[in-house]
Design a protein around this ligand. Sequence first.
Ligand code: DHB
Length: 397
Amino acid sequence: MTDGAVTRTRVGIVGAGPAGLMLSHLHHRAGIDAVNVDNRTRHEIETTVRAGILEADSVRLLTETDVSDRVLREGHAHEGIALRFAGESHRIDFQALVGESVWLYPQTDVFTDLADARARDGGDVRFGISDTRLIDLTGDRPAIRFTDADGAAHEVRCDVVVGADGSHSMCRQQVPETHRRLFAKEYPFAWFGFLVEAPPSAPELVYTHSDRGFALISQRTASMQRMYFQCEPDEDVAAWSDDRVWTEMQSRVAGPDGFVLREGPISDQAVLRFRSLVCEPMRHGNLLLAGDAAHTVPPTGAKGLNLALADVRVLATCLERALDDGDPDALDRYGLLALDRVWRTQHFSYWMTQMLHSLPGGDHFDRRRQVAELRSVVDSTAGATYLAEGYTGWPRG
Ligand code: DHB
């Protein structure tokens, strides 16, 4: 309901990325009004290259709630990954171990599907806004104030505000330091990511440990691939010619099994810095945090988007209980339920990261120990099953 510069809704969502849009989509299906605002334009979100792996439950959420089934037509089911170390690849067979697959389907496509679904269903999504401020979060008239894309002041009055505004969350900053605790871990390395115009080098993802550091070979289409290699956090993209990138990548994946890494023109180079972060609690008054706004994980294992969607699934149910049934405890239950998965995923992403990356200052002992850890994973059904469970996603609680 819009009255001049004021819109009245039940759930005001800061963020119109996959988490924010999935939440308003689920609310729409439950008959709950919601408004999304985002300071990026749709074009900006759609053209930012992001990770590409969806857990089976994330795919089910998209298809079973009628967002879109494009993932089933254009995505690729992967029934395993390769762990590559000491110059040889070892397959982890997800289907054989846990009966699940993951899907290669870029986050930007998930976003496009959700944005199209919101447009199809008449959703109220405001892209390209600025000057966002949150009002009265602990009172009973919370609101989001902002300047809309045409420069006009606007206010969204709601019952609850959801902060789904990503890792640099403005919403998280609204929780007074005395009311929140941040658990954080910095990593002394980053990823250099790039797109390659070439056919795939492998049918599934190859996570590589080498004496020169981590490398990841991922895919996109028959003619476009996505790759990453471990670099310094302050690495200068301009210092990396295509030749230099290929020399580095080739040396990291080389081995006696004769693995062939297919080269091609490189584009979209970027250094991706990361950290582990959890903000507890995930609620402050009538503000609830979801996805990267509440927690970030290192990219190893591609959990960020999947964890955000898992949050939103729990949050949608808790908000329905709170708003439709007046259940006074439902808002607190959200964090209690979500944090169990958040911390398991923190551990999984941290574990994959420390097992596969070279630690600065690390010595021969560290490298030998990592290879022994990798061997314990690939040679043991118990070890491989743990990886397969975490990678494909734990069952929903
Ligand atoms: C991709 C990114 C990841 O972080 C990962 O673990 C696997 C794949 C990707 O962009 O394809």
